[in-house]
Design a protein around this ligand. Structure first.
Ligand code: HEC
Ligand SMILES: [Cu+2]
Length: 347
């Protein structure tokens, strides 16, 4: 019925449609520019949709004309092609219409760019520095009391950036080594971070939530893992987050807990226990990342989790819980003391 050529064309088109649909499904839970969650992302998405609809219209008209002509004027016995030259109306139309379209896209984009690039407006509520480095982002929070650490420096975090809902945040970008690019698609446009040059963009989230982002400038082996997690907190929760983040950061610089931390990491403990944020990744014993927030340890045998009980446990586990897989390491009292001081900060 259909010629081989038509059947092949059908096959190819079907395959393309299937490929397109399945990749759309894969995109559904990744960063996706057309799921705007803030004013800046919305401005970009609006522009995108205007251009997309116009492009689909052009595609339909052009391809429609090609298909129509291909069928209506196809080669058949008894039909001879007409020869003619020039057609003023058609030629004017396909010059003027595209010109008008391109000019209006340019004007529209220009207007949106004013809005998108307005990082210095009076409505900026917070300024954060983001530095790209192979292969992670470091965020420096403003020099405000709530972000102040024990050593007088201010809070810095990696990979995760915490802001408040509804606040326009200027992100000042820099790069330590090569060019990186800051991009959290559903929150805003992207901007390159260039060594030796200051660039900036603004972001704003309309709803509380966690938004995924990604370095968008190929920057070496680890580029694909150079992720950004943007967390937008309700204004009422932000101070509590700041207090917790400062506490976490202080734990790492407090000389008292540092000794215990180093002792723990230098012993066999790391082979059996995981503590997130450290090199300890063992899986035989329970994870200790939040051990100080637990109600009990050793499967409920010791409660509460305090200095006395932790000390008792580490001093001689089998004495506390006969048959336990954690042996007695005969550590010195000083070592146990240091480790316990550190464990107590793992909230
Ligand atoms: C051979 C593996 C192993 C090593 C090495 C090890 N532990 Fe454990 N640890 C365990 C196991 C298993 C448990 C769970 C004990 C139980 O409930 O019976 C445990 C429990 C604990 C607990 C209580 C946690 C909870 O939630 O119950 C602490 C604290 C702890 N270990 C600290 C240490 C320290 C400090 C070191 C290093 C001096 C260390 N462990 C070395 C296996 C190990
Ligand atoms: Cu990068």
């Amino acid at each position: 019925m259909f010629s081989v050529r038509i059947r092949v064309a059908f096959g190819v088109i079907t395959a393309l449609v299937i490929a397109l649909l399945s990749s759309t499904a894969a995109l559904a839970d990744g960063p996706w520019p057309n799921d705007p969650q803030g004013p800046q992302a919305k401005a970009i998405a609006d522009l995108y949709w205007i251009m997309f609809v116009a492009a689909v219209g052009v595609l339909a008209i052009v391809d429609g004309a090609i298909i129509y002509a291909g069928i209506k004027f196809r080669e058949r016995p008894g039909h001879v092609a007409q020869q003619f030259h020039g057609h003023n109306f058609l030629e004017l139309t396909w010059t003027v219409v595209p010109t008008l379209m391109v000019v209006s896209f340019a004007v529209l984009s220009w207007q949106k760019l004013d809005f998108i690039n307005n990082t210095r407006g009076g409505d900026v509520g917070m300024v954060i520095q983001a530095q790209g480095q192979q292969w992670q982002w470091t965020f420096s929070y403003p020099h405000e009391d709530r972000f102040k650490l024990l050593d007088g420096t201010y809070l810095q975090t990696s990979e995760q950036l915490d802001i408040t809902v509804g606040t326009k945040v200027r992100v000042e970008l820099s790069a330590k080594d090569v060019i990186h690019s800051f991009w959290v698609p559903s929150i805003g446009g992207k901007k390159d971070a260039v060594p030796g040059r200051a660039t900036e963009l603004w972001i704003q989230a309309d709803k509380p939530g966690t938004y995924k982002g990604q370095c968008l400038e190929f920057c070496g082996d680890g580029h694909a893992d150079m992720l950004i997690t943007l967390v937008a907190h309700p204004v009422s929760d932000y101070d509590a987050w700041a207090v917790a983040a400062v506490k976490d950061a202080n734990r790492l610089i407090d000389p008292l807990t540092k000794v215990g931390h180093d002792t723990f990491l230098s012993l066999a403990c790391v082979g059996c226990h995981t503590v997130k944020g450290t090199t300890a990744g063992g899986k035989i014993g329970p994870e200790l990342t939040h051990v100080a927030s637990q109600k009990s340890i050793a499967g409920g045998v010791l409660s509460p989790v305090d200095e006395a009980n932790l000390t008792r446990w580490i001093k001689d586990p089998p004495a506390v819980k006969p048959g336990t897989k954690m042996p007695n390491y005969n550590l010195s009292d000083q070592q146990i003391h240091d480790i316990v001081q550190w464990l107590l900060t793992l909230k």
